[in-house]
Design a protein around this ligand. Structure first.
Ligand SMILES: NC(=O)c1ccc[n+]([C@@H]2O[C@H](COP(=O)([O-])OP(=O)(O)OC[C@H]3O[C@@H](n4cnc5c(N)ncnc54)[C@H](O)[C@@H]3O)[C@@H](O)[C@H]2O)c1
Length: 402
């Protein structure tokens, strides 16, 4: 934080999908929440000078640059917000931490366990100098998910027996959809697994307070060759109409695994980009000895709750409309029943990040927590390669070097 005021000057790298979502959140957060520091949208970085200038103007950033190294080394930047694909997370985050910046890095933390270990170690060292770091698992910040966690933590579900998590998309069902960066391992690290599987791994571990200890997995790449894109962009890319050139898909299209959690629960996970008709369908259900909770991102203002301690004649699933001012995050928003949406999870993420940085505590999920998710992803890949062999997840503490 700048020494003479309570302003946090943010430098953000990447200005497409997550860049826009984060910009919206930085713009909004101090206008909604009363926080001990104010975020200033100081500097945005992208590789194309014309496009980043346009993005700065459109998204509301003071200045722009084409060099992330300039961004991380500028003394007037306090926070580095990384919204690039996974192949640049480690390099940018390590440089930012070395320069003493606070870092918010999009998920998955890195493309490999080795990179994630280095980042977690660097974050631990930088913390001694006051720099804080966090990974962007934004779905933790949906109020209904936070309520789900509260109910579990209060013991309202009793002993957790089952975790059932699916994250389903369909944006590459068409074999003519181009070979965008998300389908190239050297840029993305993995496919559906690291992109959307990482979210449900983090979310279920966060909600249950339990960690995955071992997995048995299958993965598949249904379409192995795709047309090259005209521009290596995101979820709505175009093919290069003039060219018949194709390239290999080097990541999984789908990953399915069973898992054991350290509190005794059995879990199933499904992450796929081939669930025809399912656009961004994230669903989690937790069954305990005293009840069940279920969350569906397509109805993100609601939580399904079954309380098995009620008299048998009254039992049944209830739909909690998570819009009361006593619900997590909601006292700052609208009157009860006036619902919120996807983008609010990012505003809440920035709220928690700013508060942690300004009050000198560690935000969560830390890089160490995100490393643990990376270790689960790695176990899934290794299990699938070995014909679904049961594969233990290495403990994060034993692998972090600091
Ligand atoms: N939290 C979520 O729900 C969520 C959703 C989507 C993506 N993500 C994550 O966010 C990250 C970015 O994904 P996206 O969907 O925004 O991708 P995107 O393709 O929409 O945007 C990537 C941006 O990074 C820029 N970029 C790439 N390499 C760069 C470099 N070396 N230097 C500077 N800029 C560079 C691109 O120009 C572009 O602006 C990924 O890690 C992804 O997994 C998270």
């Amino acid at each position: 934080m700048s020494t003479n005021d309570n302003e946090l000057r943010v430098g953000m790298v990447g200005y497409a999908f997550m860049g826009a979502a984060h910009s919206q959140a930085w713009r909004t957060v101090n206008r909604v929440f009363d926080l001990p520091a104010r975020a200033r949208m100081a500097l945005i970085c992208g590789r194309d000078s014309g496009k980043v200038a346009e993005a700065a103007d459109r998204l509301g950033w003071d200045e722009h640059t084409t060099d992330w190294r300039e961004l991380v080394s500028r003394p007037d930047i306090d926070v580095v917000d990384i919204c690039t694909p996974g192949d640049s997370h480690a390099e940018i985050a390590l440089a930012a931490l070395a320069a003493g910046k606070h870092v918010l890095c999009e998920k998955p933390l890195a493309n490999t366990v080795a990179e994630a270990q280095e980042m977690a170690a660097a974050a631990a060292s930088a913390r001694a100098g006051g720099a804080r770091s966090m990974c962007g698992f934004n779905y933790r910040r949906v109020p209904a998910v936070a309520l789900m966690r509260q109910l579990v933590a209060e013991g309202r579900l009793g002993e957790i027996r089952h975790v059932r998590a699916t994250y389903l998309q369909d944006w590459i069902v068409d074999p003519q959809f181009p070979l965008v960066w998300r389908l190239r391992k050297e840029v993305s690290g993995s496919g559906a697994l690291g992109d959307i599987g990482a979210h449900i791994i983090d979310l279920t571990q966060y909600v249950t307070g339990q960690q995955i200890t071992g997995v048995s997995a299958v993965t598949e790449t249904f379409v192995k060759e795709r047309p090259l894109p005209s521009e290596s962009s995101g979820l709505a890319a175009q093919t290069d109409g003039g060219s018949a050139a194709t390239g290999p898909v080097t990541v999984d299209d789908a990953a399915i695994f069973v898992a054991r959690l350290n509190g005794g629960a059995l879990a199933t996970y499904e992450a796929t980009r081939f669930a025809t008709g399912r656009k961004n369908a994230l669903r989690v259900e937790i069954n305990g000895s005293l009840g069940t909770v279920a969350f569906d991102l397509e109805r993100l203002n609601e939580l399904e709750y079954y309380d098995a301690t009620r008299p048998a004649v009254e039992q049944g699933f209830s739909r909690i409309l998570v819009t009361e001012s006593d619900h997590p995050y909601l006292s700052a928003w609208w009157p009860p029943g006036h619902i919120i949406g996807y983008e609010h999870s990012f505003t809440h993420q920035m709220r928690d990040f700013i508060e942690a940085v300004a009050t000198g505590v560690d935000p969560s999920p830390s890089f160490a927590e995100a490393l643990q998710v990376q270790l689960v992803l790695d176990a899934v890949v290794r299990s699938a390669e070995l014909g679904s062999l049961w594969t233990a997840v290495e403990p994060a503490l034993a692998t972090a070097t600091a």
